[in-house]
Design a protein around this ligand. Structure first.
Ligand SMILES: Cc1ncc(COP(=O)(O)O)c(C=O)c1O
Length: 314
């Protein structure tokens, strides 16, 4: 049995901030992060269909890939323990002598870690390399890095149903989320297309990686595989305002924004996804890019555990 965390009443935080008031813009955070410390955020949605497929295929072991701070591997290790799968994590680069909180967590959940060199890790999508891993470590159901596959996109369609069920004024609003692989965004957009909401909400993905332009074509490809015409749907990717110079970069301006926002609004943010999302929203706000009356629904997709950010609401 693979039972879902309880997403039936996702908490919402209304952000009261003078900068928003001045521009007559509303901002609400859809707090998926509060539903479950590890499988909350976007994690459950990306994993769900993958877990179902593994179970239906009779697999008993899940194997996936990630860096030493991977939220995805934390979620996979937790899911493995909760739902009775062995888990193997192929880690990019050597294990540090002193294990960070993400690695300590996955080990505590029984994940078997296999560090591989950065050169080998680049072959993570190569079937020959994957076969070698399976020959060495035994049969396993392979899930790509970040849970970024069609099953991940399909699982994320459920996010659209949650928003449709739980957000009264979704029509005509703008839904904002942080994107790494944009799997979550693709599922959300596909899910919204099957509703008749009018005017359709606009979905904005703020890409946290530098050079995220190719993601637009990837999202379009996924949408087509799900029978959605990418040009019919109301979505776009902001590839400029959330990357802060690169995925691994944490400039002081970003850290200052996060400290200030978290203190003012009592919302925990981490510097890779949620922090960059909110920073990008306020950058666009200050540039006057939201017309007066805009209603923003921002998804807090979690990631606090791997980043070791204390959850002040706990
Ligand atoms: C906390 C968090 N938010 C957002 C994302 C981005 O999701 P996606 O890769 O589906 O764009 C990730 C990556 O999986 C994540 O860990």
């Amino acid at each position: 049995m693979i039972d879902s965390p309880d997403f039936s009443q996702v908490p919402v935080t209304q952000i009261n901030d003078a900068r928003l008031l001045r521009r007559d813009v509303q901002l609400r955070l859809f707090r998926l992060d509060l539903v479950d410390p590890v499988l909350g955020g976007n994690k459950w949605f990306k994993l769900y269909q993958n877990l179902m497929q593994a179970r239906q295929a009779g697999a008993t072991t899940l194997l996936s890939f990630g860096g030493a701070w991977s939220n995805h591997l934390c979620a996979l290790a937790e899911a493995g323990q909760r739902y009775g799968f062995r888990t193997i994590g192929i880690i990019r680069g050597e294990l540090p002598d002193s294990l960070n909180p993400a690695l300590q967590f996955v080990i505590s959940r029984g994940m078997h870690l296999v560090p591989v060199s950065r050169t080998d890790y680049r072959q993570r999508h190569d079937p020959v390399f994957i076969k070698q891993l399976l020959d060495q470590h035994g049969p396993a159901w392979v899930i790509p890095e970040g849970g970024a596959n069609l099953a991940g996109v399909e699982g994320c369609q459920r996010l659209a149903s949650l928003l449709l069920e739980q957000v009264a004024d979704l029509a005509g609003s703008e839904i904002c989320l942080a994107c790494g692989t944009a799997t979550t965004l693709a599922g959300l957009v596909a899910g919204l297309q099957s509703s008749s909401l009018s005017p359709a909400p606009k979905v904005t993905g703020h890409v946290v990686l530098k050079g995220g332009e190719p993601l637009t074509a990837e999202v379009a490809g996924w949408l087509q595989q799900l029978g959605v015409d990418p040009h019919d749907a109301n979505w776009w990717l902001d590839t400029q305002d959330a990357h802060f110079g690169g995925y691994a970069k944490q400039p002081q301006s970003l850290l200052d924004f996060i400290a200030d926002f978290s203190a003012q609004h009592d919302v925990p943010l981490e510097p890779v996804y949620s922090g960059r999302l909110l920073a990008a929203i306020f950058t666009r706000l200050e540039r006057g890019e939201y017309p007066p009356g805009t209603r923003l629904q921002a998804l807090h997709t979690g990631g606090l555990l791997a980043a070791n950010v204390p959850r002040s609401t706990d």
